[in-house]
Design a binder for this molecule. Structure first.
Ligand SMILES: C[S@@+](CC[C@H](N)C(=O)[O-])C[C@H]1O[C@@H](n2cnc3c(N)ncnc32)[C@H](O)[C@@H]1O
Length: 357
């Protein structure tokens, strides 16, 4: 069985290592671009998907099965028909009321004399999606918000040069609902303080953390310029933002934000600080090494409510596996490690969800 996988280019080796732990004979059939490859495993789709679910996958971002490979013509009207007919022929019909998604990616290749196709992925999605909706299916879109539904019947279409690759799976087995990092999570239309905002928004959706709207008290360390603080404010939180850097003036003017313009080390050891503060949630996006991140989070444990959650990015400029291992070892003293993933908006880092023991 073949799959199209995506990963951060800086973590390709780590993503492949994860896959080799599932199937030592797994191999790359083709690299499409710097973050996307076709792989082959000896396992059936069902068996491989079960393996994926049982293992802790950190570096692999998205995976889509490939059951049918064929040729397109390059002409939109013809290709819409070719792809629709292939889906109707090769996969069980969408049931009445069943949630489905058409996820198309196009990677232009050499065969069309370097010119990309004169149509977009969206053209295919709308055409095939409309047909399946008419059959009674319920389309599920991820263009405007991040979706973490696991029960969506996903048809993945990938076009590279004049070849198409199609597969069908439940969204649960694709590691992420959507394959398109640029379309899913960007805060289109909303005002952003920083691009880092998307990182927290994605973590909340992906890890199914419902912060509600009533808020509480949050500690944001490594807060500047304030993207994460902005997200917490949107959920009604009072935010203590710690960073020696400048916070966006809009946030500084907000009475719910208190800026400690210093390093967290300057206040975290102070006994009064721990006594005076009990946060509902701590978020940490500091640019420091994995061990330092873990040490600071451990020092802050008394400030977090019992069973409180913390969302922490671990920066991985060096050996990624070693960095994660060292941080996890330290954090495990005081926290349960719930999730670790290289999310779409993470670059050379992973986002972790931890809970105070
Ligand atoms: C990636 S940026 C944070 C972006 C932020 N989450 C946002 O949404 O705008 C990392 C920040 O960590 C801060 N930082 C690094 N070491 C720190 C420390 N020891 N204490 C507090 N902040 C620190 C840096 O000043 C920098 O502003």
């Amino acid at each position: 069985m073949q799959y199209i996988i995506t990963y951060s280019p800086c973590f390709i080796k780590n993503a492949l290592k994860e896959l080799k732990l599932l199937d030592e004979h797994i191999c790359i059939v083709k690299d499409f671009c710097e973050n996307m490859s076709l792989i082959e495993t000896k396992f059936s789709q069902d068996d491989f998907q079960q393996l994926l679910c049982k293992n802790n996958i950190i570096f692999l971002k998205h995976l889509a099965p490939v059951s049918v490979i064929g040729q397109i013509s390059g002409n939109l009207d013809e290709d819409k028909q070719i792809l629709l007919q292939e889906i109707l022929k090769s996969f069980p019909q969408v049931k009445l009321g069943e949630k489905f998604a058409i996820q198309t990616r196009i990677c232009a290749g050499e065969t069309f004399d370097k010119s990309p196709l004169n149509y977009s992925a969206k053209d295919i999605e709308v055409y095939v999606g409309t047909y399946l909706t008419d059959l009674g299916g319920v389309p599920t879109f991820s263009d405007k918000q991040i979706i973490s539904d696991e029960d969506v019947n996903v048809f993945s279409i990938f076009i590279n040069a004049n070849t198409f690759y199609i597969g069908n799976s439940l969204s649960l087995f694709n590691l992420n609902f959507s394959c398109d990092e640029y379309r899913i999570s960007s805060n289109k239309g909303k005002r952003e303080i920083s691009r880092a905002e998307n990182k927290l928004t994605e973590a909340l959706a992906k890890y199914k953390i419902d912060l509600g709207e009533k808020g509480g008290h949050a500690l944001d360390i490594g807060a500047a310029p304030g993207g994460w603080t902005n997200v917490l404010l949107q959920h009604g939180f009072f935010v203590d933002a710690v960073d020696p850097g400048d916070l966006n003036p809009v946030l500084l003017a907000n009475p719910k934000v208190k800026h400690y313009k210093c390093k967290i080390e300057n206040i975290a050891q102070a006994e009064e600080f721990a006594k005076e503060h009990k946060y509902d949630i701590i978020v940490d996006d500091m640019n420091v090494d994995p061990e330092a991140t873990a040490e600071i989070m451990n020092i802050l444990t008394p400030c977090l409510k019992d069973n409180g959650l913390a969302i922490v990015t671990i920066k991985l400029p060096g050996n990624p596996e070693k960095g994660i291992k060292n941080a996890v070892e330290k954090l495990s003293k005081f926290y349960n490690i719930l999730k670790i993933n290289n999310l779409f908006h993470n670059r050379q880092e992973v986002t972790t969800l931890i809970q105070k023991k």
